[in-house]
Design a protein around this ligand. Structure first.
Ligand SMILES: [Zn+2]
Length: 272
């Protein structure tokens, strides 16, 4: 049963959640948010970021996505009662010139870098709201357009591998049941977007995630990112996304020879 979200004025707006190559998602690549800063604004923003109160600690430290060699970036989330950010976020602003949403900068500047007293909320379900962060970053072209893609579970990965035949790759990263596309990591670390069956568009290769197109041009939904909805938070249940890969395999007719029905429940693919 879905749990109710806290009222919106009690949720914390997320800042500084980044894409990670080992678990690709639509979170933004900070390299695409680098910009120029007014130094007075940056100083106030840095002071403000460092003045947040610790809300949650994690067992593992974060790492810099610029691979700058700084080492562990921090292991806590900080908050001012309205926003929440990883304690490593100041590093991105200070060392790499990463920009942040204007409303947050304005708040930090108005407060002269000082976090006003507030009551620390209790960590609970639905406390974090990452919708505005994604919408802001997406509007700046910082998010890989991976709508509809998900990491395959073992059973699906096996079926994709069977469909891919003798294609050479190191790992199946993502699959999209609606568009029948998969994202493969190749042996040299580069990426390949391809259809699971012959007859689709030819495979496309990208040196890394930074080279991945910023719009949906790589996928089959070529106009999705051009719409004005970029400024809106994504609806919670992502309606209209199409099939999951499991549904795709369930609906697909077997190639031949092994019956045209009744097998779909026995092959390990599951609906949830
Ligand atoms: Zn760094």
């Amino acid at each position: 049963m879905p749990r109710a979200l806290p009222p919106s004025d009690q949720r914390l707006t997320v800042l500084g959640w980044w894409f990670r190559p080992d678990a690709p998602s639509e979170l933004p690549l900070p390299q695409r948010l680098v910009g120029t800063w007014d130094e007075r604004e940056r100083a106030a923003t840095l002071a403000y970021l460092r003045a947040g109160q610790s809300l949650v600690r994690y067992p593992d430290a974060s790492f810099c996505r610029f691979d700058c060699g700084v080492g562990a970036l921090g292991d806590a989330d900080l908050t001012d009662g309205r926003y929440v950010w990883p304690d490593g976020l100041a590093h991105y602003v200070e060392q790499h010139g990463v920009r942040l949403p204007e409303d947050f900068i304005a708040r930090a500047v108005a407060a002269d870098g000082v976090v006003a007293p507030f009551r620390l909320p209790k960590p609970r379900f639905g406390l974090y709201d990452h919708g505005p962060w994604l919408a802001w970053a997406r509007a700046r072209g910082a998010c890989p357009p991976l709508e509809g893609f998900a990491a395959p579970d073992d059973a699906i990965a096996e079926r994709i591998a069977a469909d891919l035949g003798d294609a050479e790759y190191a790992r199946i990263l993502l699959c999209n049941g609606g568009s029948r596309e998969v994202v493969l990591e190749l042996a040299d670390g580069s990426l390949e977007l391809r259809h699971v069956r012959a007859g689709g568009r030819p495979p496309q290769r990208f040196a890394n995630w930074l080279a991945w197109p910023t719009t949906a041009a790589a996928g089959s939904t070529s106009t999705a990112s051009a719409s004005p909805r970029a400024g809106l938070p994504k609806p919670p249940d992502r309606p209209g996304r199409g099939l999951t890969m499991a549904e795709f395999f369930q609906k697909r007719r077997p190639p031949d020879g092994d019956g045209s029905n009744s097998n779909s429940g026995s092959d390990g693919s599951q609906r949830n």
